[in-house]
Design a protein around this ligand. Structure first.
Ligand code: SAM
Length: 277
């Protein structure tokens, strides 16, 4: 008998139509669906007329169940893993099972699909070339300040999930740690009726959220621009070369050459080049 496959199947993060054909097909064809909350996922499966049996796999039983599920997969059953919304394992259950499958040599196939982190980041207008997804910040104030302080000099764009009841306190902490001028985006209720992107400096976005109770409701992703390396951290000869090349070449081209020559980030040189022009 051929061994089964564990499929990781993303589901919509608000808009039921965001279900790929392949996701529907896999859910309809596997032997069973491991769902974070079977009652919650029933709505989705009924919407698509999928009758595959479901069982619960959540943070409280996933360690204990992993070995038996690996046996079932080895025995030939394919299983699809879904969570309440978005991509399983991304701040959702599934890691112990995938790890156990990898250790046992069971094939794991992930389908691409909705995830709030990627959706929010792609529309944020903040740099997407490098990002650090850090899940949920700690709920306690001191631990949250410590977690943010550890990321103060991180050059990658920072992405967090956040609970609506904590967004004001968290943005207040962001202003305290990163300063009022750091660029921030709060992406709220993505793919749903009241989808909103609040874009501005940390203090501007905090003021918008404080002024409007609706902005303190629903699901949200907090994105913080990475630390910008100051121009004076770039070697003077690199800046000189950039200035010289910028007179003859398009800003992008000049930035690329200097970046390659000095091992620097082209994005930042491009920005400086535009400022110099
Ligand atoms: N696995 C999911 C994913 O791939 O996005 C995330 C699960 S995590 C338990 C739930 C958190 O994701 C929410 O508290 C919120 O921060 C974020 N989130 C999920 N759906 C969202 C949406 N439609 N708009 C904004 N944020 C969302």
């Amino acid at each position: 008998m051929n061994p089964g496959i564990l499929y990781i199947v993303p589901t919509p993060i608000g808009n039921l139509a965001d279900m790929t054909q392949r996701a529907q097909q896999v859910l309809a064809e596997v032997s069973a669906i491991a769902a974070e909350d079977t009652r919650h996922s029933r709505v989705l499966l009924d919407h698509y007329g999928i009758q595959t049996p479901m069982f619960a796999l959540h943070e409280h039983n996933e360690r204990q169940k992993a070995a038996a599920l690996v046996k079932r997969l080895e025995g030939g059953d394919s299983i699809a893993l879904i969570s309440d919304a978005g991509t399983p394992l991304i701040s959702d259950p599934g890691f112990p099972l995938v790890r156990a499958c990898r250790a046992a040599g069971v094939q794991v196939v992930a389908l691409p699909g909705p995830s709030a982190v990627i959706t929010a980041l792609s529309a944020s207008g903040l740099p997407t070339d490098r990002f650090l997804y850090a899940g949920f910040l700690p709920a306690k104030q001191q631990a949250r300040l410590t977690a943010l302080t550890e990321l103060l000099d991180e050059p990658a764009t920072l992405v967090f999930y956040e609970a609506p009841r904590r967004i004001v306190d968290t943005l207040t902490a962001v202003v305290e740690v990163f300063g009022a001028e750091r660029d921030v985006v709060v992406a709220r209720e993505i793919t749903k009726q009241f989808e909103t992107y609040l874009v501005g400096t940390a203090s501007e976005v905090l003021a918008q959220v404080q002024a409007d109770p609706n902005q303190q409701r629903g699901e949200m992703v907090l994105i913080i621009a990475g630390a910008v390396r100051a121009a004076d951290a770039i070697p003077a000869p690199a800046l000189q070369l950039l200035a010289t090349l910028s007179k003859e070449l398009a800003p992008k081209k000049a930035a690329k050459i200097v970046a390659g020559h000095y091992g620097l980030r082209a994005n930042e040189l491009y920005r400086i080049g535009l400022e110099q022009a």
